[in-house]
Each structure stands twice: as structure tokens, then as C-alpha cells.
Design a protein around this ligand. Structure first.
Ligand SMILES: CC(C)(COP(=O)(O)OP(=O)(O)OC[C@H]1O[C@@H](n2cnc3c(N)ncnc32)[C@H](O)[C@@H]1OP(=O)(O)O)[C@@H](O)C(=O)NCCC(=O)NCCS
Length: 325
């Protein structure tokens, strides 16, 4: 049995509203609200980095679990916006938290589905050896997006979420995880510059290519709805649990219309679908653990509840996890 021992999260203080974006690019509150449901998002302060956000979320989760830095046996960080190119953000987090010399690794590049993939890896590691694993999902996207591209810049925000997982009993049991990937769709949502195919050059930096997120929005939209609803149903079928038993669905928060379409396709009641995209925008691999932490903190999850998480992101990757509280 794999348990979640504690939940945590962190959002920076700085609020960036739709009107703030309208003062920078050719957009307006009405377009952003009707197309995405986003009203505002949080941006990290100039002196904050991915590591700071990770640390604050990790400390909340460790406190909630009643654990300190010496209790952590392994650290995984899911992020597409790491602290530095190398080494992994998780090793820097190990040092920052003052943990022992336990193994650490990042799960990078999996976009918004990365954190659910990371808890699946943690689950396998715990089954192999009883350990307490800290699993963080974090993004500081505001520093890497183009502040000139209205089609992408308004969608994202900065945040972190975390859990501590371990063997035995905890606050919730991780019942199962299902994930999948379609690598043939890699070009539909991609940031190309900086890797070995297109290394940084003076010219690419001057052109802002390192911030050029290429996205075919409507194709991403369609695939996100299709994959998140299908993987959620597949998971429930595998667990032999009907949809009516789900107390709360926490989907990836990219766009309110995507969330509504997933809910509609599944046929789940609106009040059983968690939404915070209006306040935080798309925070990548942080949306699901942040939503889980908020729902838990707000008392929206009660003992005995079946909670289902689902996410979709660049790759394309998709994943669903079920937790029994
Ligand atoms: C991006 C997204 C909100 C666009 O919504 P949409 O209804 O598909 O809008 P369209 O792509 O049809 O664009 C319509 C027009 O709005 C314009 N537009 C784009 N961004 C705009 C903005 N911020 N403000 C005003 N107009 C904007 C486009 O240029 C386009 O103009 P045109 O018709 O003159 O070319 C939507 O496709 C989406 O959410 N996709 C998924 C994105 C996502 O979740 N990515 C992360 C995945 S994890």
C-alpha cells in the first residue's frame, strides 16, 4: 500500500491580472476570460527562483506529514522550468532543505502531466523499498515565456505543489495511476531552442527563440479533452469504481473550457470538479498538486472520499491517479 502522508503548496504573492497583461500585449480581460476562464495568475518575485517555490511547497507538505528533513529518503521534482540546466532541481532542493544524501532526480519535459508521472515513479520506488519520498511539481513559467506573444503569455502562472509519500497508512491511499504518451504529437506543443537540435546562439537569443513556445492551441485543446476523459474512465474501470463514487475530480488547470468539456464528457456533476484556473492560470506540473493541497486545506475532501486526479501536457503525455481518503 502506498500512502500520501502530507500535502503542500505555494503560490507567490504577486498577482498579475488580465488588465495587467492588456497593458503589455494586444489583449483584453473579456477575450482571456471567455476563452480560458483565467482572471489572474501569480508571478514569482524577481528574487525568487524555482528552488524557492519548491522549498516552500516541500516544507508545507513535510509539516503536514509531521516529518522533518532527516525523514526524507528520496526527492523527485517534476518541472519544465528547472532552477538551472544542470544539475537537477531536486539535488539543489535536497541541499536547501538540509536532507541527508538521499537520491534525487527531476522528471523534466513532461509538461503538465509530469507530477502525476512522478507520483507513479515514487509509488514504484516505495513498493521496491519502504521509503518516504518527497514529490514536488513546480513551474516558474513567467521567466521563460515570451512577454510579447499574446497567444501564450496570458495562459500561464507560477506555483508549486508537493506531497510526501510513503508505505503503510497515511492521509490517503494512492490506489492506482495510469499514464500514456503519444510522441508523434511532440511538435504541437514545444519549446525547441536550447537543446542539441537548436542550441542557443547569439542570433536565437536576440530573436527571443528561447522563449518561443510553439502551440497549436485548438489541437492541444481537443487532445486534452479526449485524453483526460478517456484515461479517467480507464482508471475507474480498472479499479472497478463507478464515476458516481468520485467525490472530487481534480483536473489539470489549463483552461476552464477544457475542464468543463472533460466534466461534460464524463457526465460528472459540476460541483465535483475542482477549479482554480481562474486565480492561478496554467501552472504546468504544479496545477494538480496545488489543486489537491487547496482542496484538502479548504476541507473539500472528507475522510472516505475517492479523489481522482487527471492531467495532460506536452509530449503528448496524459495521466490519471486515484486517491482514497
Ligand atoms: C489558446 C486558446 C485559449 C485559444 O482559444 P481559441 O478559442 O482556440 O482561439 P483561436 O485559436 O481560435 O484564436 C482566435 C483569435 O484570437 C487571437 N488571440 C490569441 N490570443 C489572444 C489574446 N491573448 N487576446 C486576444 N486575442 C488573442 C488569435 O490571434 C486569433 O486571431 P485571428 O483569428 O485573427 O487569427 C485555446 O486554444 C486553448 O486553451 N488551447 C489549449 C492551450 C493549452 O491548454 N496549452 C497548455 C496545454 S497543457
Amino acid at each position: 500500500m502506498t500512502a500520501v502522508l502530507g500535502f503542500g503548496g505555494y503560490v507567490p504573492d504577486r498577482v498579475m491580472t488580465n488588465d495587467d497583461w492588456a497593458a503589455i500585449v494586444d489583449t483584453d480581460d473579456e477575450w482571456i476570460t471567455t476563452r480560458t476562464g483565467i482572471k489572474e495568475r501569480r508571478f514569482a518575485a524577481d528574487d525568487q527562483s524555482t528552488l524557492d517555490l519548491s522549498e516552500l511547497a516541500a516544507l508545507t507538505a513535510m509539516k503536514d506529514a509531521g516529518l522533518n528533513q532527516d525523514d526524507i529518503d528520496e526527492i523527485v521534482v517534476a518541472t519544465d522550468t528547472p532552477e538551472v540546466y544542470t544539475p537537477d532541481t531536486a539535488s539543489l532542493l535536497q541541499d536547501r532543505l538540509g536532507c541527508r544524501n538521499v537520491p534525487t532526480y527531476d522528471l523534466g519535459g513532461s509538461g503538465c502531466a509530469g507530477w502525476i508521472q512522478a507520483i507513479d515513479v515514487a509509488r514504484a520506488r516505495i513498493a521496491f523499498e519502504p521509503k518516504k519520498v518527497l514529490v514536488v511539481g513546480v513551474e516558474l513559467i513567467s521567466r521563460l515565456i515570451s512577454w510579447e506573444d499574446r497567444a501564450t503569455c496570458v495562459l500561464f502562472g507560477d506555483a508549486a505543489g508537493a506531497v510526501v509519500m510513503g508505505p503503510g497508512d497515511g492521509k490517503a491511499e494512492l490506489l492506482d495511476v495510469i499514464s500514456g504518451t503519444d510522441g508523434s504529437k511532440a511538435d504541437i506543443l514545444t519549446l525547441q531552442t536550447g537543446g542539441t537540435r537548436h542550441p542557443f546562439t547569439v542570433e536565437s537569443a536576440a530573436a527571443g527563440d528561447h522563449q518561443r513556445l510553439e502551440m497549436k492551441g485548438s489541437e492541444v485543446f481537443r487532445e486534452a479533452v479526449r485524453r483526460m476523459s478517456a484515461v479517467t474512465l480507464e482508471l475507474l474501470e480498472k479499479l472497478d469504481r463507478p464515476l458516481s463514487e468520485v467525490a472530487l475530480l481534480i483536473p489539470h488547470q489549463a483552461n476552464k473550457r477544457i475542464i468543463d468539456a472533460v466534466g461534460h464528457k464524463l457526465g460528472i456533476e459540476e460541483d465535483k470538479v475542482f477549479i482554480n484556473v481562474d486565480r492561478y492560470g496554467n501552472t504546468g506540473s504544479a496545477t494538480v498538486p496545488l489543486g489537491l493541497w487547496e482542496a484538502y486545506e479548504q476541507g473539500r475532501i472528507k475522510p472516505g472520499d475517492l479523489v481522482v486526479l487527471t492531467a495532460f501536457g506536452a509530449g503528448f503525455h496524459w495521466a490519471s491517479a486515484a486517491m482514497q481518503f
